[in-house]
Design a binder for this molecule. Sequence first.
Ligand code: UGA
Length: 436
Amino acid sequence: MNITIIGSGYVGLVTGACLSDAGHKVICVDKDKSKIANLSRGQIPIYEPGLETLVKKNIKEENLSFSSNIKSSLNASKIIFIAVGTPTSLEGDNADLSQIYSCAKEISESLRDESIIIVKSTVPVGTCDRIEEIISEKNPTKKFEVISNPEFLREGSAIRDFENPDRIVVGTSSKNAIESIKEIYKRQIKKEYPIIFTSRKSSELIKYASNSMLAMRIIFINEIADLCEKVGANVEDIANGIGLDKRIGPHFLNAGPGFGGSCFPKDARALIESGEEFKAPQNLLKAVIDGNERRKLNLGDRILEVIGENKKVGILGVTFKANTDDMREAPSLSIIPKLLKKNINVSIYDPEANKENINEFYGAEWKDDAYSVAKNSDCLIILTEWNEFKELDLKKIKDIMTRPIIVDFRNIFSLKEMEDLNFEYHSVGRNTINTK
Ligand code: UGA
């Protein structure tokens, strides 16, 4: 099928690369001309494992191309994905839909008859209705469908998630659109991944409810971890014990420094806003957002309690999780400024984070590897769970540190190995090892 994807950010790019790999002819469109020029040469602006290889392969096979011209792209295809950003608005917690609506206006000028517009961007309930209105107002005689098809792609494993989805959700009642969707996702359907057809509004809400439910699980297990620390229980055993109950399941029960990223905080806030708008308050979610913010702020104090002021600490990982370069709403953005304010000498290593323009880290020193960060430090703080941190030579680390203290907010080491190595070890929801 000929497909146009508008918005070549994270979601648009992954969708375009994967659909072209399934044999569709895909044009990814973006207003940013320099981004399009780089993408046409196979240069990817984000860190996402496997994406560059997939893009290059499909450019070479002539299934994937890039353009900044919506009009000519729409001439070539009746299937149009919208994958532009819906960030939190500057005025409040609601989603800023300006990019979506200006995209709808632009589409309406060059839409072919019987086009299918597939909204992949995360949008508040009712947005697809509004897109339909905008296009109809501009173009009353045109036949078209607007359908909702949210994405469930985790940064760091987006290609795997696209190719092996837990489910594909489609909001439409149009038979024609359903047939097109089945053709678009033929590869996933062949592998018998579930596909759910529902109303547009339900589909829009499924996306928000999924992210919000996951965010809730994380804040829940984090609060249980706090209790474990007070009473001497082990949060990993609790997660295992509750996760084996099939009604609960084992995933997303890793206690840590609180959730971040571009999606959970933004989407939970937007769902709270929809609840206010339609007078169906989302009280549980309000507590989730508050609890998460509080947690991120308190972690700096926890570190200060362990080491005292005027010390030297090394930070391993500053992105919001491992396998990404994304810093948005990362716990490090709350923790590191707190340490710097207390005259702590901070050095940082992260395998992928973009070092430039992070004002919050002004005064900290970036290093090129974990050992340089550990050298002469009083404490090593683990904020993300990169595999390379799990594989560190801990004996060597201990030898080069001034004091052998590790504060591990991702529980990447076992209590036993820390005890055997004589580290003072603070983790989340588990006993502190203090060999002094
Ligand atoms: C999330 C969802 O998982 C995707 O399904 C969704 O498509 C995406 O948002 C989106 O809306 O675009 P992502 O933000 O990439 O994906 O990250 P996750 O892997 O879900 O992690 C989110 C946060 O929760 C991270 O800060 C992570 O460290 C934290 N987390 C996750 C925990 O603290 N504990 C866990 O057990 C799992």
